[in-house]
Design a protein around this ligand. Sequence first.
Ligand SMILES: *Cc1c(COP(=O)(O)O)cnc(C)c1O
Length: 395
Amino acid sequence: MSSKKVSESLGPNTRLAHAGNDPHSFHGFVNPPVVHASTVLFRDAASMASRNQKYTYGTHGTPTTDALAEAIDELEGSAGTVAVPSGLAAVTLAFLSCLSAGDHALVVDSVYGPTRRFCDTLLKRFGIETTYYDPTIGADIAALMRPNTKLVHTEAPGSNTFEMQDIPAIVKAAKAAGAVVTIDNTWSTPLYFRPLDHGVDISIHAATKYPAGHSDVLIGTVSANEALWPKLEETNMVLGLCAAPDDAYQTLRGLRTMGVRLERHQNSALEIARWLEGKDGVARVLHPALESFPGHAIWKRDFSGSSGIFSIVLDVQDKAEWTRKSHAFLDTLQIFGLGYSWGGYESLAVPVFLGDRVVATAPKEGPVIRLQIGLEDVADIKADIERGLAAAAKA
Ligand SMILES: *Cc1c(COP(=O)(O)O)cnc(C)c1O
């Protein structure tokens, strides 16, 4: 299926509306069909022997997963994309594509927690060593490179504490040492940061978040440049990972409205983050688009927007009171649900655990609470947070 490439010069919402779409391949229907498939039939024994047809088996792609992969390729500027059953599977697939026994990986210390668990358990068992580095390291990462360092994994901003990373400086050092650079680009989506334009080799998304956008789909995507695409495609085939057809379809559907949703997430989150700065009971707001945030200059230089998730550090002097105060805050919230994941239409709050960090240690002023700002009305969200802060103050 060869869909028309949507021009790179068009605006993001125009591209989201048309990327990966090829209605005339499907009798003019605007959306592609949801193809449920294991078996694909061949016309004759000769075509079976040569496998000389576009589709050969369900795990190797269908018109539905192709439409999603093409849309992501257009947005990321990548040579190829695979869709897998979760964001975590997208991370582990990318790592397994690049690493072999005896290799060394550099992974940012503010990484998504389950990525760390994968490195510390399975990669370790397979003889791959991981070093966690300071997210603010920049060009100094050169000093951590070893002859067997094959992968530098970045995540900007970092999970839960939102440290920014100087991606171009890290790419330069990694390239000089012959290592591949991967990024978990979930926070930005390809609308607000295009990693491959900055020299990153592989961009990973928990498409569960903003692309799917409704807290009902688990899916991940991995997109590679020309050099890495054959290895990624092969590894995916070997592992047998493939996203389910209905999930791929829902994600493609989500992409069509992602631009307008993100714009609202961005505006609401930024308004609330600014309002929270300097508020009684709040020691700090961790949001890269705030001028006060340590990594703000990097964010401003390389990113074109910010999404709807950030953290606050409650102002609680006595560590013995952290749990009581943070639970009082969380238990008083009515609009915010207490639950993991984010990128859906509804606001969510979670207490952040940072005990596994080795370099990028936790803020000292108080407990950290992560807020996903949903599509609800800002006044209602603010009132909810106000109630939470009042309860924490009294607790
Ligand atoms: C949620 C998340 C993932 C994992 O996505 P799942 O689909 O929940 O497995 C990976 N990376 C980041 C940064 C995330 O926030």
